[in-house]
Design a protein around this ligand. Structure first.
Ligand code: CS2
Length: 492
């Protein structure tokens, strides 16, 4: 059965019990420009802003995609409205979100986007552009100066396409107009994301002009954030189920889990929404929260993904039925990751571990293991290698972390244990695949070859014999005995 399309005109048809904007959409003015309007932003920050708009309509979101017009094409005919389905063991609830007031796409709308970023009413530019969107070197957290987008933006700085290029051009325009800078709020899982993005953006600015570099470094606020909500890519089955529940067709709804956590550092000289009133934690301990989340949730998430792909498990929830895998993750968290976090003073890491594993097991989400496996070169440094470094510095064992890294290397081989090929989907794919092709199935050669990739492992780990000693035997076991047996034997 086909339903009418979701839009301002059809909102009133929503059945009772489906949430909807509790404010007059026509009265909302832009306060935030968001770069990277994917599912995660729409499941995490946008619902918070949507809640806040009832008390303060000056925080509407102008949202931009940096490449693909797909989100704009889906949501523009819906007046920017979309449905958020929150799916847990107890069932699914639905809410229509209305805080996105304008949708733009680079390159077509580049100048309009820059004009919005330079609008005096805009006080925050927030970002969910994924790890690789920052054009940085993941091992060092510095701008990748030879990145093609960076090179292109330095050559034509007024027509930028990259994240640093867009931010710096907009800041330069504000400065020229005598306007205070906006705060730049990254909402990606980068380590120390505020400080890291400051370093990247300030470096880009200084390559344009030394004075602009000093301005960005000294005058622009980069609040750090910790963001957490598991949000798989939307499927057609999701679309159909949501249309059935709401009675309205939505071209791009988002499905997420009940859990949501957002911790923000209070660094917004130009003003900010009343985050706390919508459940956001405003804290000066963001780096500790963020380290806990990236190491203790994303580290095991990636580990699970690489192990589960080999065993032919398509989703995270499906993989969580494998008791050996679950025990392996729990032990890696307890024995090798949590000890690196105890000094952060965040309290109950055991409770966090249990809650995290329970979230992974949520049967209502179809989070594909291959989705999480992508971009490993950009993710592993903060997800696993921070823990590895701390353990090595303490002279402590890293056997399980070693197996996690070996599982990533097994993924880089490009086929699973049933011989099914997969796309690496990683900015370093050509380099990684060339190493794998040369090493063949020789675990020693494969481990040495991949560990020598300094963009991932840095100069220190690339040459640390203790890391190689932990990874190579694990990789040999994965290649020769297979993943299920390796995990079973691990416990024996
Ligand atoms: C996942 C994350 O795709 C991935 O790599 O590990 O997106 C994860 O679902 C979120 O960080 C949860 O907050």
């Amino acid at each position: 059965m086909s339903h009418p399309r979701l839009s301002n005109a059809t909102l009133a048809r929503l059945p009772a019990g489906i949430g909807r904007p509790a404010y007059d959409r026509a009265a909302v003015t832009p306060g935030i420009v968001h770069l990277g309007i994917g599912a995660f932003h729409r499941a995490h920050q946008a619902p918070v802003i949507d809640t806040l708009l009832a008390a303060d309509p000056s925080w509407g979101i102008v949202a931009a995609s940096l490449r693909s017009p797909a989100t704009r094409d889906a949501l523009a005919p819906q007046d920017g409205l979309y449905t958020l389905a929150v799916a847990g063991g107890e069932g699914t609830s639905h809410r229509v979100i209305g805080c996105v007031s304008e949708l733009l796409v680079v390159p077509a709308d580049r100048q309009r986007l820059l004009a919005r970023m330079a609008d005096p009413r805009v006080r925050i530019v927030s970002l969910t552009v994924s790890e690789k969107g920052y054009c940085h070197d993941p091992a060092t957290g510095r701008l990748a100066e030879d990145h093609p987008l960076v090179q292109a933006d330095l050559a034509s700085p007024h027509e930028p396409s990259s994240v640093p290029g867009l931010i710096v051009e907009a800041l330069a325009r504000r400065r020229a107009a005598g306007l205070a800078p906006f705060a730049v709020m990254p909402c990606d899982n980068l380590p120390a994301n505020g400080a890291t993005v400051r370093r990247i953006v300030a470096r880009f600015a200084s390559l344009r002009d030394a004075d602009l570099g000093r301005f960005v470094d000294g005058e622009v606020a980069f609040p750090a954030t910790m963001v957490d909500r598991i949000t798989p890519a939307t499927t057609d089955a999701d679309r159909a189920a949501i249309a059935a529940a709401t009675g309205l067709e939505d071209a791009w709804p988002v499905v997420t889990e009940p859990f949501s956590q957002w911790v923000v550092e209070d660094r917004f000289p130009a003003g900010r929404p009343d985050f706390a009133s919508a459940g956001v934690t405003v804290s000066d301990k963001v780096p500790a929260y963020e380290r806990m989340k990236i190491r203790l949730l994303n580290g095991p998430h990636s580990t699970l993904a690489y192990l589960a792909v080999q065993m032919g498990r398509e989703t995270v929830a499906e993989a969580m039925h494998d008791l050996h895998l679950v025990r392996f993750l729990a032990m890696m968290m307890r024995d090798e990751i949590e000890p690196t976090l105890t000094r952060d003073g965040l309290g109950d890491l055991t409770g966090y571990r249990h809650a995290t594993l329970k979230r992974f097991a949520n049967p209502a989400l179809r989070h594909r293991t291959r989705q999480i496996a992508m971009d490993g070169s950009q993710k592993l440094p903060q997800r696993l290698l921070g823990s590895v470094r701390d353990r090595l510095a303490a002279g402590a064992p890293i056997d399980r972390l070693g197996l996690a890294l070996a599982a990533w290397m097994r993924w880089v081989v490009g086929t699973d244990e049933a011989g099914k090929p997969h796309d690496l989907n990683d900015p370093l794919a050509p380099k990684l695949s060339a190493i794998a092709a040369q090493a063949g199935r020789d675990p020693e050669a494969l481990a040495s070859g991949l560990l020598s990739v300094r963009d991932i492992f840095g100069d220190d780990l690339a040459t640390d014999p203790r890391l190689k000693a932990a990874v190579a035997p694990a990789l040999m076991s994965l290649l020769e005995r297979g993943t299920a047996r390796t995990l079973a034997e691990w416990e024996a």
